[in-house]
Design a protein around this ligand. Structure first.
Ligand SMILES: [Cu+2]
Length: 313
């Protein structure tokens, strides 16, 4: 369950949220005040000075009035200066991470978020300890995505080829929603993830357990996770539909026709070769666009993925 929040706003889930809300309220109430004032005066003047029998011509008006002009210049200037100073202070606070912040890498891709922890663990949700500054270093694998956590009042574009950085400190354990705010393609609205804020001590326990999933899960389950966190699932379906790459359903043990007329049996060695040297055996009807995973994937991970592919009868 994500935390609901109030009538107008989501919960203030981070230390920076109250500052952002205060600037928002200031701008909102200033705008509301002038909206009411201007509309009310407009209606009043329309009625008061409308064309009537006996008063057909406009009354002559003075060319200018110094006191009035100074008032309507100086008051707005004071207001925008207050908005600027207040807003700039909140901007600096929310953009300057404390030196001891815990760093997590974020990757946006069509259509999910991946979070990489300092020990190399990759997860589909953002797990963080409560009461600790966390710095996110974010980039995209494909198009522009928008990283957005309403409860933390935190939103930043995630752009391919560069790194955007944000930070926050969560104030209360719980779950909060992450969205993508750039229309990044057909799966855009599925680009959801959660922030899971752990109570003291819980984060370390979670990370320890999650990083050990090759030992704690069955090989096929571990392989299924790897297929997602390593990005294989982006190109390989498991339901029989062909994507950028061939489906994995029924792959194991089948006879695969290759470009150049050869046919190979999809056994353990074939799959291993496909992962490490994808251009060596290219199945008929596909482009050789799979990136090599040589040096990026460990042997025990390959074994788990093979176990997963075997299970997809
Ligand atoms: Cu997106």
């Amino acid at each position: 369950m994500t935390s609901p929040g109030g009538f107008w706003m989501p919960v203030e889930g981070s230390t920076g949220a109250a500052g952002v809300d205060s600037v928002f309220s200031l701008v909102f109430w200033v705008s509301a005040f002038f909206f009411v004032l201007i509309v009310a005066l407009m209606v009043l003047f329309v009625v008061r000075y409308r064309r009537r029998p006996g008063r057909l011509d406009a009354e002559p008006s003075p060319s200018h009035n110094t006191a009035l002009e100074l008032t309507w210049t100086l008051i707005p200037i004071a207001i925008v200066i207050v908005i600027f100073v207040w807003g700039f202070k909140v901007y600096l606070d929310t953009n300057t991470p404390p030196a001891n912040a815990y760093e997590i890498s974020v990757t946006g891709q069509k259509w999910k978020w991946l979070f990489t922890y300092p020990n190399g663990h990759v997860d589909e949700n953002l797990h963080v300890p409560v009461g600790t500054p966390v710095r996110l270093v974010m980039t995209s694998e494909d198009v522009i995505h928008g990283f957005y956590i309403p409860a933390f009042r935190l939103k930043r574009d995630v752009v391919p080829g560069r790194y955007s950085k944000v930070w926050f400190e969560a104030v209360k354990p719980g779950e909060y929603q992450i969205y993508c705010t750039q229309y990044c393609g057909t799966g855009h609205s599925d680009m959801w993830a959660k922030v899971i804020v752990h109570p003291p001590g819980g984060f370390e326990r979670w990370l320890e357990q999650a990083s050990n999933f090759l030992k704690t899960l069955s090989p096929a389950e571990a392989g299924q996770r790897l297929a997602v966190t390593r990005g294989c699932a982006q190109c390989h379906s498991v339901d029989g539909t062909a994507g950028t790459g061939p489906t994995w359903k029924g792959l194991f043990g089948s006879h695969v026709p290759l470009q150049g007329g050869r046919v190979m049996t999809a056994d353990e060695d074939y799959i291993r070769t496909c992962i490490l040297d994808p251009t060596k055996n290219v199945p008929l009807g596909f482009q050789p666009v799979m990136p090599t995973f040589k040096g990026r994937i460990r042997d025990d991970e390959i074994t788990a993925i093979i176990a997963y592919i075997k299970s997809l009868k």
